[in-house]
Write a new protein. Structure first.
Length: 346
């Protein structure tokens, strides 16, 4: 508990603790803040934005072995700034941390890395693309062609990623509003990677194929002070359509929602608060807390009425700031698979 508390203080200024989930509702004094009508600059925007307080490169993959067994893989690199600047050496105020996980129908393997900026231990280079922390790496000749590696005490994976569609932008052209008060982030995704690779688990090596979804997001105050956590869905339907939707839960029991519909050709439709609906159908006792691992999800405008169920209800990320993250199956009006992330369940 003491180590965890020290890590949280390292990630965020003292006054940030308990203001929104993980301090993400803290005032953004001194940091840049997202503004409407963003003008993205690629490939530069695939890299870091140190004048913003929080940023991530977030990949989830739905995979299958030759016998048809389903697996999930997560790889996330976070950057959290104590001040909006960079410096060489240990005085650099940029803090980096990363999570990696493999989920099977029966097991969930998790690892975490933490690094200080300015000493070469972690970072992102744009051309050729390279995002790393220690020996964990997502790198390749471009953002569309990557190799992903990570290891923990009881797992290892190496995956090759090849994009087969365009980048997509959430909200209004990448300006993603997160609350009625106007908190927002810059948010885009590459939701269409083809994946081949290998998992190494305690029972041996497993060849896998499948698909992956990579989220890029940065902000300085992405939540309101009254928002205690979120439920985020990335769903890929057998039709070729995709859906990103999230609920941000308020302390009073209400929620703020947003969604993006992604057609097979990559064109998008953005949906405002209230259009996307998600209701828990059942909970599991996970790490000593009740976590909803089955959901009813609707997007009436697209005739979506589906049940989203965890492949493994015990996909708890027992890291410094814990949360639930794992692969899901989709049944109902549409079938498919995807990923679910849930934070703030105490």
């Amino acid at each position: 508990m003491i180590v965890r508390a020290l890590i949280v203080f390292l990630f965020l200024p003292f006054q940030a603790i308990a203001q929104g989930f993980a301090g993400l509702g803290t005032d953004a004094d001194g940091f840049a803040v997202p503004m409407p009508n963003p003008q993205f600059d690629f490939p530069q925007d695939h890299g870091a934005h140190p004048d913003y307080r929080i940023e991530w490169w977030y990949l989830t993959a739905n995979l299958t072995d030759p016998d048809g067994t389903a697996y999930g893989v997560q790889w996330t690199l976070f950057r959290s700034a104590l001040a909006p600047e960079t410096r060489n050496g240990w005085t650099d105020p940029q803090v980096w941390f990363a999570h990696a996980a493999v989920t099977t129908p029966k097991k969930h393997f998790v690892a975490e890395r933490i690094a200080r900026g300015g000493i070469g231990q972690a970072g992102v280079i744009v051309e050729p693309f390279d995002a790393w922390i220690d020996d964990w790496q997502m790198a390749g000749p471009s953002f569309e062609d990557l190799t992903l590696t990570a290891r923990g005490a009881d797992f290892l994976y190496t995956l090759d990623l090849s994009a087969n569609g365009p980048l997509v932008f959430h909200g209004q052209d990448g300006f993603s509003v997160k609350s009625a008060q106007g908190q927002a982030s810059y948010y885009y995704s590459q939701p269409a990677y083809d994946v081949t690779g290998r998992l190494t688990l305690p029972d041996g090596e497993i060849e896998v194929t499948g698909s992956a979804w990579l989220d890029r997001e940065w902000s300085s105050q992405p939540l309101a002070e009254t928002q205690s956590g979120w439920d985020w869905f990335s769903l890929s339907f057998d039709s070729g359509d995709k859906l990103m939707g999230f609920l941000l839960r308020e302390d009073d029991g209400s929620s703020f929602s947003s969604a993006t519909w992604i057609a097979p050709d990559g064109t998008t439709t953005a949906y405002p608060d209230g259009a996307f609906r998600a209701q828990p159908l059942g909970s599991n006792d996970v790490a000593g807390r009740a976590v909803p691992t089955e959901w009813a999800v609707q997007l009436p405008d697209k005739d979506i009425d589906v049940t989203v169920s965890a492949l493994n209800p015990n996909a708890w990320m027992a890291v410094s700031i814990p949360y639930w993250e794992g692969p899901v199956t989709v049944t109902g009006s549409h079938s498919g698979r995807g990923y679910l992330e849930m934070t703030g369940y105490e």
